[in-house]
Design a protein around this ligand. Structure first.
Ligand code: XIL
Length: 332
């Protein structure tokens, strides 16, 4: 008998899934049965909801918000400030040059007021700032990723985003979210950023560990160290975009049409050890969200190798529980 994940982990953390209007249809019963939290995969990003200065497009975001309301599921907002999926108009003036900092910040404030305000009845927390830490380990001065946000406004756009979000919904939990979060070098940079925001009195309440992992990396030790380090900040932690790719990041093979038995066994073991660890740290972790729900749809079908199928979840292409599900279910 297949016990709902959300029931098994009820006393530990929310079990979430990223969704879009198509998967809400094609995975509807799976989502309702196993998950008690949702994130919009793309539909609440800046380009999706605010493609032009005077045009907001909420149709797809509204579909996801309506599903969460109707099913009484927790909903996370994703995301307000990012270097991707953000329209050019935001950074540009009429002659196509870059705007001044105060103009960019006023546009951001207005965007956040509108988007956060619209969903304040259903969204309990937002990934306010996404992926601003640099992955470049060689250049210590490049601690923040280069972006038009940084070029125009300097570091202050980060604190401002949190302040605007707090102003728009004082009850919302506000997260800093990033990937490669378990890499020791990047971990210390993320720690430093969040520490400095807290020291400045910026309203920030949690850290999102994206957790785009694979069968081999990051190591369990690195994951554990990251959780312990971030927990020292006294904030809640969430895994926000968990998937376990069957390929190493560098692996470019494209010949597989089904996962091998070995991959599925390794994946089951990997998920088991991950969830053991997460369960152990459940006092610090409030939600674990997968970046999808079942292997019939994942963004990894196109990333980093376009058109290559991947099988990163607990449920297979027919939405049936995999061995990995059995192992994860066995822990809680
Ligand atoms: C991804 C979506 O899954 C894709 O559909 C889209 O093409 C690109 O973005 N980090 C994030 C997510 O914070 O928003 C990204 O989502 C995956 C990486």
């Amino acid at each position: 008998e297949e016990v709902p994940l959300k029931t098994l982990y009820k006393d530990a953390f929310h079990i979430g899934a990223a969704v879009n209007p198509r998967t809400i249809e094609s995975q509807r019963s799976l989502l309702k049965y196993h998950f008690n939290s949702l994130t919009a995969e793309n539909e609440m990003k800046f380009s999706s909801v605010h493609p032009q200065e005077d045009l907001y497009t909420f149709e797809n975001a509204d579909i996801i918000a309506a599903f969460a309301r109707e099913q009484n599921m927790a909903l996370r907002g994703h995301t307000l400030v990012w270097h991707n999926q953000t329209p050019n108009w935001l950074f540009e003036n009429e002659s196509g040059g870059l705007v001044e900092s105060d103009v960019l910040m006023e546009r951001l404030r207005s965007h956040i007021q509108t988007v956060v305000g619209r969903y304040k009845d259903v969204i309990y927390g937002w990934d306010v700032v996404n992926e601003v830490i640099s992955d470049d380990e060689k250049d210590e001065s490049a601690y923040l990723r280069s972006s038009r946000w940084l070029d125009i406004a300097g570091e202050s756009f980060i604190a401002k985003a949190f302040e605007f979000a707090h102003e728009a919904d004082p009850k919302a939990l506000l997260f800093y979210n990033d990937y490669n979060e378990s890499n020791p070098h990047k971990r210390e940079r993320i720690y430093r950023l969040v520490r400095s925001l807290l020291d400045q009195g910026v309203p920030i309440h949690g850290i999102g560990l994206q957790a785009h992992w694979n069968l081999y990396a990051p190591s369990l030790d690195d994951i554990r160290s990251a959780i312990e380090r971030y927990a020292q900040l006294g904030l809640q932690l969430q895994l926000t975009e968990l998937d376990v790719s069957v390929f190493r990041f560098e692996d470019r093979r494209t010949d597989l049409v089904h996962p091998t038995k070995d991959m599925l066994e390794l994946q089951a073991e990997r998920y088991e050890s991950i969830f053991r660890l997460l369960h152990e740290y459940r006092e610090h972790i409030s939600a674990v969200t997968f970046w999808g729900a079942a292997d019939n749809y994942t963004w990894l079908d196109d990333f980093p190798v376009p058109g290559r199928k991947n099988w990163p979840f607990l449920f297979d292409e027919k939405q049936r529980p995999k061995e990995a599900y059995q192992r994860v279910a066995g822990i809680a």
